[in-house]
Structures are given as structure tokens and as C-alpha cells.
Write a protein that binds this ligand. Sequence first.
Ligand code: C5P
Length: 235
Amino acid sequence: NPVAAVIPAAGRGVRLGPGAPKALRALNGTPMLIHAVRALAASRHVSLVVVVAPPDGAAEVKSLLDAHALPDRTDFLVVPGGESRQESVRLGLDALPPQYGTVLVHDAARPLVPVDTVDAVIEAVRDGAPAVVPALPLADTVKEVEPATVAGAPEPVVATPERARLRAVQTPQGFDRETLLRAHETVTGDVTDDASMVEQLGLTVVAVPGHEEAFKVTRPLDLVLAEAVLARRRL
Ligand code: C5P
């Protein structure tokens, strides 16, 4: 049962500040996307990586992949992405050859995920879970608010979920291929991850331990942290 990874990398990365699409920005001189591709291809189970490029950037992404050293045993495909993350993932799934029974979906914006986390997700899918997410306990207490209509205005707090029962969810998320395809065909409406679409089908999603270094590069400070992690790895 070969494993394919779909990497949505079509976001603009507005929260990171002005510049190139987020996935193409450099971390210690190498584009974030290349780090993410290497992180997934580092798993000996992953034999195909599908990169979903910015809609007008597929050629550029293809030449980036050609220009960087990547494992020989892995195949790479590049497809143009869409307006939303969900659409980008679906376009990636459309490009998957039929032999891949297990699919990982991994944000290009999580370039430093360790291979052990990737393998733990794959193993849980192979053990029979239709959907698997890597997840970590929260440091912060989380509150639900009534969102203000004017940015910066005070927001009434509605509820405080018990922190010990909450997890922050990362990627790669792993799926039985048929389950993920059905989720993408059936579920409409905005979602922020793929596993929640499987939840909406009424199936059980399981969480396995995530990793601190699988954090999402979203804001400028995250770039500083990512480069520090890379520098430490070189020691
Ligand atoms: O916006 P967010 O941080 O949730 O994006 C997560 C991932 O989804 C990023 O890797 C981003 O490039 C990707 N994405 C995409 N297509 C979009 C929007 C986001 O592939 N239209």
C-alpha cells in the first residue's frame, strides 16, 4: 500500500508580510516548499509527492524541484492550485494515480516536521484509522468569543473549553484515500483542515502525538524560529 503526499503550497501568505508566495520564501537560503518536500520524502514509505503550486507558479515550482537535490526513490508531480486551501487539496487529489491507498496532506507552511511524526501518522492509517492528525496539547488557555465586527474592539467571551481536552492540530494529516476523496466530494463549506471534512462524514478521526517543530510558519516571528531550528539541526 504505497503512500502519496499532497502538499498544498498555493497560498499567498499575506500574514507573513509582502513578498513572494509563502511557500517560495527562503529559510536559510532554501525555499520553504523544498524543506517541506524533503521532510515528507524523508519517509521511506512516501513514494510520490504532489505539490500544489500557486495557480500562475507551476512552472516556477517545477524548476525549483529540479534545481534541488531530492531522493531518487520518490516521484514528484506539480499541479496548479485554487482559490482556497480546500480547492488546492482537491486539485492535488485529482492528480493521484490509482495505486496510492494512503494519502498524506501536508502544509508547505510546516517545513520542519520531523520524519518520525510523518511515520507515526502513516502507521496509524495503516493500523486502520480512516483519518489521523498529529496534535499537541495547548500552552495557552483558549476562549470562544463573540467576534467583534470592528477590528480591535473588545469581544465578549462566550465559553472556556477545558484546556486539558484541547489539542492544536498539525500536518501531515493521513487518510485512507477513498475516505478523503469522499470527504472532498461530499462536504461543502469552509474548513481549515482536511480531517474536519472526514469528521463531517461521521467517521472517527484519531490524534497521534505531533511535534513542536511541525509548527506552521505564519507570521514574521515564525521565520526567525524556523531558521533557529535549522541552525540547531546543523550542529
Ligand atoms: O492559510 P493557511 O495557513 O491555512 O494555509 C495552509 C497551507 O495551505 C499553506 O501551505 C498554503 O500554501 C496552502 N494554501 C493553498 N491554496 C490556497 C490557500 C492556502 O494551497 N488557496
